[in-house]
Design a protein around this ligand. Structure first.
Ligand SMILES: [Zn+2]
Length: 461
């Protein structure tokens, strides 16, 4: 009995040590150099126990991206001053041999030019340009396996003439040459974006309910104020709908780019905890009227799924693209809120239905869960899968809305169902299980939603 208690105490102490440890990350970049170096320092541990993991995916990307292909010069440093070369492991990680020698630091370089050339989807790649560096955290920062929960101090070092901006702590007054950030853990570090260089424009939108920023890089002239107005309008409408704002601050990051090839795709945008990133191909005309819907949709993700989600979304298995059963909810419910409820575009129901009707058989024959599992890695790379997932989720939301309003005699609506999910997550602080979704919504609305739920679980007829 005693032995077990000691073992237990030992495990608890180890876990606490890891959680208490502060890691130091240093991102080093020389102006107009297309690669960066990263240094990660930690409490010494045997080299044989240290795996440097490079992410292969991130929450909400629904894609498998081989970021390790752009990582080079991987080295571990022993406390006695020796250097050990990193060797690629069986997956997306580096090892440092079988030695029990203690190491306390690793470093590596990331080739951003190669990354952008090879990744055809602009929403997955960081960008390096003259006087500009735009980084997605998860595309450049790796971690020592087992230390994901530890707090991080991040130092960014660049040319003294370059200002530094991060969505971690958005400010209009930027530091030049170097800046430092205290970050809760690895997931928060890589969820953020980092914009460096003389060509980054930053604006704070006045009169916003939370500090609201636009950060942009443009290879054409742009109207920052206009984007700011749309961002503010979108944020206010979402705040009215949900009745509260969970983000401490928010940044809309925009990149207006000359396409680097005809095959590169600039159509996808990405949501993060407190920011969104949009890309625009400036060689193509873009319908500015679509912008508000796009903004509402992506800011809306800061409520769901970023702060209320099913299993697999968070905590995230960074070194694989995990299978996720609830992409239809993550995307479809926010499509419904954005376009149907807030923008009151009821004709969009027909478009969602046409996405189902026109789908190929390999999509049509899949039930909801199966299609979500397929979309976990191929949501955007075959966008017929992505469109089908959000269309099924949005049409389910519509059916739920009609059913709830009818059976509650107008006292409740779909909004109560989605608020039910958000409140449940706030209370339970864990991902909801698949079979918990319908009961949570039924309880929140006071209407038994099992018949609508069952109907949408099946493959469409
Ligand atoms: Zn989305």
């Amino acid at each position: 009995m005693k032995k077990w208690i000691f073992l237990w105490l030992f495990i608890i102490t180890l876990t606490q040590l890891n959680a208490q440890q502060q890691l130091n990350y240093v991102l080093n970049q020389q102006a107009n150099n297309n690669s960066i170096t990263i240094h990660i320092s930690f409490d010494a541990l045997p080299a044989s126990d240290a795996n440097l993991v490079i992410p292969r995916s991130a929450p909400g990307t629904y894609i498998l991206t081989n970021y390790i292909a752009y990582v080079d010069d991987v080295v571990a440093y022993t406390i006695s001053g020796k250097e050990l070369s990193g060797m690629i492991g069986d997956g997306s990680y580096f090892t440092f041999g079988n030695t029990r020698e203690l190491i306390h630091k690793v470093s590596y370089s990331v080739d951003l030019q190669n990354m952008e050339t090879e990744l055809l989807d602009a929403s997955t790649s960081s960008k390096a340009r003259k006087d500009y560096l735009g980084l997605f955290g998860y595309s450049v920062f790796g971690f020592i396996e087992g230390l994901e929960a530890a707090a991080i101090q991040l130092t960014i070092i660049t040319d003294p003439s370059w200002p530094i901006f991060s969505t971690l702590r958005p400010e209009t007054t930027r530091k030049y040459g170097s800046d430092r950030y205290e970050v809760e853990n690895y997931a928060v570090l890589v969820d953020a974006q980092y914009l460096l260089g003389k060509d980054v424009q930053v604006m704070q939108v006045p009169d916003a309910p939370i500090p609201l920023f636009i950060a942009a890089y443009a290879e054409t002239s742009i109207d920052l104020k206009n984007i700011g107005n749309k961002g503010l309008l979108g944020l206010r409408q979402l705040a009215d709908y949900f009745g509260y704002i969970p983000m401490p601050h928010y940044t809309l990051v925009y990149e207006y780019l000359n396409p680097i090839s005809a095959r590169h795709d600039y159509g996808f945008n990405m949501e993060h905890l407190n920011s969104m990133t949009a890309h625009r191909d400036i060689s193509k005309t873009y319908d500015i009227d679509r912008e508000l819907g796009n903004i509402i949709h992506h800011i809306g993700h800061s409520w769901l799924p970023l702060r209320s989600y099913g299993e697999g979304y968070r905590p995230f298995a960074w070194q694989v693209a995990p299978l996720i059963e609830t992409i239809w909810l993550n995307e479809g419910f926010i499509w419904y809120v954005s376009f149907h409820d807030i923008l009151q575009n009821t004709s969009i129901l027909n478009w969602w239905q046409s996405n189902l009707d026109n789908a190929p058989d390999f999509i049509k024959t899949k039930n909801l869960k199966e299609l979500s599992l397929l979309g976990s890695t191929q949501y955007a790379s075959d966008f017929r899968i992505g469109k089908n997932l959000f269309s099924r989720g949005a049409l389910m939301a519509y059916d739920l809305d009609v059913f709830i309003q009818q059976h509650s005699h107008g006292k409740a609506s779909f909004k109560d169902a989605i608020l039910g999910l958000l409140n449940w997550s706030k209370e339970h602080q864990r991902p909801f299980k698949y079979d918990e979704i319908e009961p949570i919504m039924s309880e929140a609305t006071g209407v038994d939603l099992s018949s609508v739920w069952q109907k949408w679980q099946k493959a469409p007829e």
